[in-house]
Ligand binder design. Structure first.
Ligand code: IVH
Length: 668
């Protein structure tokens, strides 16, 4: 087999496995085997750049290069659908269609209405050539690069499946609930703002300037509308979409052709509950006249087709009394107003509190204490107050006044220009802020002081034993026990684990400091770039911005932290306590175990380092440099002009070939 043939074969096989996994959810090989095939293809593409292809499965990992999006005009405008909310509206639609078709029999295709972002994909000769967002319906953003990262979207259609030479297919990009929850959990840990719902998360992701972000966030796509001159025009929408499924697309779950309005209503009723078991958000059912000929006959109004309509599910909503608004203070000092209401049953749970988000929302709702309020649990996880039944308001009820002072420490609140939230600026003595910072400091990925938890932190704080993270290092067994001798054993454990945390490497100390916006990865980057705390403390804005992955917001936050007297004081006391304030000798010397247990062959001529330097690098990272290729070789580090015999042997044994850049990235 020639390399070109092997490349094409691997691409085809990998595409099929992608389809089995992401579209059918029925993988037929192990992740390991999949990775092996992918590596092989990556190596071949590297060696034979003449066969490069942007639609190759290897291109789905993304890049960190910053991109901007071109505005593109839609070939066919992207229309929206008229909405209906109840049975009577659905019956009206059905009758309008019947009248429009002058009594001719017709079928209605019922399918899920997905709650994501609409996208229009163009395929020419079976290859994805363009992906454009809806935009204003006339023109949208070209997000092709990012869409390539969505694994359920085929980059190349199945050969011989009968797809037309050129067509557009439209659908919805979504973030599945599972990915959404994982993403928010991770953002909560790093102190980043949470996404309110999967739609916002999908939208933020799709517009990300780095395609790698899209590749990592597990977006999904369902396609529901075929367009183009070569689409079979005499059949039906249902049949065409099932054809598209054969070409490789993921289509709406549970599509059904209905012959009567009763069948349509049954479908709606069934999915109103069943949709809760779907992996993605849906907000209704779309009803489409199935025959394309009949669709053309019915035509369009200025805004939407006459042949289709959206039935929107009712967001679960109840009315209850607002008793009080309380205010929560977060680790960063942000204030969240909370509605406290009479308990009410909503979407399977009892709800008595709902977030009011910020002062603007309270003002928009014109909320009064004692109001009967509507609470909804829609796409959002946390219930929200969406309206007020003003007819039940009495003159004695008082409007809600947003607090002016922190409910926890009494400090006057501030509001940063351009931000919706109010903040308590007292980060030194405001209890929830202090306790939040200590909880972050002891957490697993930071100092990992696992003998402490939120309750113990609260207890020590209440008893005046700790006021900030540095106080942890002055705790003695006797202080913790107080008069209670039973506590000695557990107190000793606490002291021991605090002592042990002094060995936690510098990277994690930087993370533990709790500098706003500095998550685990950024902390690592900073530690490696500046090597010790003094260099980091003295870094200028420009120097910080030079660190890959540090933008303006993070850089400014770091500068602010190291200009704060109180932070500097805590830092000094942590240093005096003996925490690691610089990279260890080992890290400095660059020793890691990243290549531990790996046998690596070096071959060819290199541009960035000499062969001896690569040999030293392999050893520095725990790997073994070996002379000849065997089945035990982990990979070949290959430069220019790798000998053809070696290349052939590597190919024959299925040994990976890694180029300089990839290798340096591996040990980075
Ligand atoms: S058909 C000309 N089918 O809902 C009709 N749309 O307001 C084209 N949507 O913009 C749309 N699921 O983003 C259609 N199964 C589905 C849908 C669907 C969600 C979205 C789409 C559209 C909006 C309609």
């Amino acid at each position: 087999m020639t390399p070109q043939e092997e490349i094409l074969k691997l691409r085809k096989e990998l595409e099929q496995h992608n389809y089995n996994y992401y579209v059918l959810s029925q993988p037929t090989i192990s992740d390991y085997d999949f990775d092996q095939m992918m590596h092989r293809l990556q190596d071949l593409e590297l060696f034979y750049p003449q066969y490069a292809d942007p639609n190759s499965p290897t291109q789905r990992v993304g890049s960190d290069l910053t991109q901007t999006f071109r505005t593109v005009r839609h070939k066919y405008p992207m229309l929206s659908l008229a909405n209906t909310y109840n049975e009577a509206d659905v019956r009206d639609f059905y009758e309008r269609v019947r009248t429009g078709l002058e009594g001719e029999p017709f079928e209605i295709c019922a399918e899920m209405k997905y709650d994501g972002l609409s996208i229009s994909l163009t395929y020419i000769d079976g290859q994805l050539t363009q992906a454009v967002t809806r935009g204003d319906g006339v023109q949208g953003d070209d997000v092709t690069n990012n869409v390539r990262m969505i694994r359920s979207i085929p980059l190349r259609l199945k050969e011989g499946s009968g797809y037309p030479h050129e067509f557009e297919i439209r659908g919805e990009i979504l973030m599945p609930w599972a990915s959404f929850e994982a993403l928010n959990e991770q953002r909560a840990k790093t102190g980043e703002d949470l996404f309110a719902n999967p739609r916002n998360a999908a939208s933020g992701t799709l517009k990300s300037q780095k395609s790698r972000v899209v590749a990592e966030r597990g977006l999904d796509a369902y396609l529901y509308y075929l367009l183009g001159d070569e689409i079979p025009a005499d059949g039906g929408h249902y049949e065409n979409l099932h054809m598209a499924a054969d070409w490789g697309f993921k289509i709406s779950q549970g599509m059904k052709k209905c012959k009567t309005v009763e069948e349509v209503l049954e479908f709606i009723e069934y999915w109103d509950t069943e949709r809760k078991n779907l992996p993605v958000a849906t907000d209704g059912i779309v009803l489409k006249v199935n025959s394309l000929r009949q669709q053309r006959h019915l035509g369009y109004t200025a805004k939407s087709p006459r042949w289709a309509i959206a039935y929107k599910f009712k967001a679960e909503r109840e009315c209850t009394r607002l008793n009080e608004v309380t205010y929560q203070v977060g680790r960063t000092g942000a204030i969240t107003p909370v509605a406290n209401m009479n308990p009410v049953q909503l979407a399977g749970t009892v709800v008595k509190r709902a977030s009011l988000h910020n002062a603007d929302i309270i003002r928009q709702l014109d909320l009064h204490i004692g109001d009967m309020v509507y609470v909804e649990k829609g796409g959002e996880i946390i219930p929200k107050v969406v309206g007020v039944d003003v007819s039940q308001r009495t003159p004695d009820m008082q409007p809600v006044q947003f607090i002016t002072h922190c409910p926890e420490c009494g400090t006057p609140l501030i509001r940063v220009e351009g931000e919706a939230a109010h903040y308590c600026p007292n980060d030194s003595t405001c209890p929830p802020q202090i306790k939040g910072r200590i909880e972050h400091f002891i957490s697993r990925k930071a100092m990992n002081i696992d003998s402490l938890g939120p309750e113990t932190v609260d207890d020590y704080w209440q008893r005046g034993l700790i006021h900030d993270v540095a106080d942890l290092y002055t705790l003695r067994v006797a202080d913790i026990c107080g008069p209670n001798r039973n506590r000695i054993k557990s107190a000793q454990k606490v002291v021991d684990s605090i002592e042990a945390s002094k060995q936690v490497p510098f990277e994690r100390v930087v993370f533990a400091l709790g500098i706003r916006f500095v998550g685990e990865t950024t902390a690592k980057l900073l530690a490696r770039s500046f090597k010790n705390i003094d260099a980091l403390k003295d870094a200028t804005l420009e120097q910080l911005l030079e660190v890959d992955g540090v933008g303006q917001v993070i850089a400014e936050s770091i500068i602010r932290y190291f200009h704060d007297e109180k932070c500097l004081d805590v830092l000094q006391r942590l240093r005096d306590a003996g925490l690691q304030m610089s990279l260890s000798e080992e890290s400095l010397a660059g020793h890691t175990d990243k290549l531990a247990g790996q046998s690596i062959v070096i071959s060819g001529v290199f541009a960035k380092h000499s062969r001896d330097e690569y040999k030293a690098l392999i050893e520095q990272h725990g790997g073994k440099n070996v002379g000849s290729i065997s089945k035990n070789t982990t990979f070949v580090l290959a430069g220019e002009n790798m000998g053809p015999a070696k290349l052939e042997k590597a190919q024959k044994l299925g040994v990976r070939i890694v180029n300089e850049e990839e290798f340096l990235e591996m040990i980075e």
